[in-house]
Design a protein around this ligand. Structure first.
Ligand code: HPA
Length: 236
């Protein structure tokens, strides 16, 4: 048990998928895993452990934003021994060729700041995905035929942004999409020598204003979960 996770020692698998939304954790566990057990409900931040193709997996909600994700990822890594952490979540598309429902696999995540920013002082550290996971996720996405983009994303601190000039620079510099968690996950994984990746579904688009209809969300998010699971166990 930790401050924010009520799971007993051994209740958490070495591989953890982390959606922002705890109810998406529940849905993904019930849809893709067998022998599912609820392992955390502290603050309603649901976590489940089960099996996928014989492999043990935990799906633990991270909450929204880097400070929240940082709490869960730190405890999963330091107290429960999580080795592979994959964020599954939604993002806003930023490039014109990135469509709603497309999947983005984040090679790097740019930030203004993150809970880890203080330790880098004048350095603009470049949080980077684990290569083995990245390659396996791209292979899985291509095998599935999912329209997928691989490149840099922007991990923002705000959903309701007040800096259109900043979005413009992100677009100009090839950033594929915006979300609010990946940069801190990549930084923590690097610090603790764990593997991390973010596989994201484009749920809305900053330029077109288009958004994924609620009814279409499950199928689109399902592709992302399967890509993450296949990537996690590609070498197993
Ligand atoms: N901004 C930030 N985070 C997001 C967005 C967005 O437009 N869409 C999904 N997550």
């Amino acid at each position: 048990m930790t401050i924010h996770i009520g799971a007993k020692e051994g209740d958490i698998a070495e591989t953890v998928l982390m959606p922002g939304d705890p109810y998406r954790a529940k849905w993904a566990a019930e849809t893709f895993l067998t022998d599912v057990k609820l392992v955390n409900e502290v603050r309603g931040m649901l976590g489940f452990t089960g099996h996928w193709n014989g492999h043990r997996v935990t799906i633990q909600g991270s909450g929204m934003g880097m400070p929240s994700l940082s709490i869960y990822a730190n405890e999963l890594i330091s107290n429960y021994g999580a080795q592979t952490l994959i964020r599954i979540g939604s993002c806003g598309g930023m490039q014109p060729y990135v469509g709603i429902r497309d999947v983005i696999i984040a090679m790097t995540a740019t930030t203004i700041t993150s809970p880890s920013a203080g330790i880098f002082r004048e350095v603009n550290y470049a949080p980077c995905a684990d290569w083995s996971l990245l390659r396996a996720a791209v292979d899985a996405a291509h095998a599935k035929g999912t329209k997928t983009h691989v490149g840099g994303i922007y991990s923002s601190d705000v959903f309701y942004a007040e800096r259109p000039d900043l979005d413009e620079q992100m677009v100009r510099h090839g950033i594929l999409g915006v979300e609010m968690e990946a940069a801190e996950l990549y930084t923590l994984a690097a610090r603790h020598k764990r593997r991390a990746l973010a596989v994201l579904t484009v749920s809305d688009h900053l330029q077109t204003g288009e958004a994924l209809p609620a009814a279409d969300r499950e199928q689109s998010f399902g592709d992302m979960v399967e890509i993450a699971l296949q990537a996690a166990f590609a070498d197993a």
